[in-house]
Design a protein around this ligand. Sequence first.
Ligand SMILES: [Zn+2]
Length: 285
Amino acid sequence: MLMEDLFERLKKFQELLLERVALEEEIHQLPKSIAAQEEVLTRARKAHADKAARFEEVSTKVSELRQNLTDTMAQREKSEQQMDSISSPREFEALNKEITEAGQREDQFRKELKREEENFKEAEEELKAAVTLIEAQEQEIAEKRARIKNEESDMNARVKKLRAEETKITNGIDSEVVFKFERIIRSKQGIGIVPVRGTICSGCSMILPAEFVNEVRQSNKITFCPYCSRVLYYQEGEAQDEYLVDIESGSLADLDDFGDEGEDEGYDGSDDIDSGKDDMDGSED
Ligand SMILES: [Zn+2]
């Protein structure tokens, strides 16, 4: 495979991969978009449980009071009937007292009942509102889920298509190079293949040793930048010869110290340099 052809393929692969990585991230984020609504729903359900408990409590109180009122009224009516058949003033006194007291209890129960019936109405409305809120949230979430599912299946279909194209475009390229290239793209904000301009890696702006640049220029295998690990290709520039003359030849070890200060903040230590070196040294040994 011609190097030019290889570089073109890597560039195309990079495009496909970038789109796929972005899509995969988007797919990953999709469920998070309904997390806030699910939180609202959880709170609404908890509020509903509290309202339901209060409604239950007030209902019980109301029916107890109603029962008490009915019982007291029946008791009073019974006493009133007995009035017809009293035979002594003492009996009258006793019955009269019972009737009066029953009447007082009735008044008390009516008062309490009125208050509790108001509470009942309030609790009933609050419960209804809580149910409505839950239903609205559930519906909204269900609709959003359906939308997300549609989007997701569209995106997954696109991912599948991209993968197929990737497989096609990388056919014939060393699988280790493909694997490495993919890793670089994922960790270097999407740019995995960059030109060397003069003696500078345009990916990380580090100055490369002249000897190394010559290797890139003449090499018939993939070369990785020792600083940012990107794949390098040589781009003919107007000032290239000038650059080559100006740069003192130095070893990579001399440049190691600049690593941490390089413009490329994604530079992550010696691993990249080592792996880069391995590739530069080649596999002849
Ligand atoms: Zn670089």
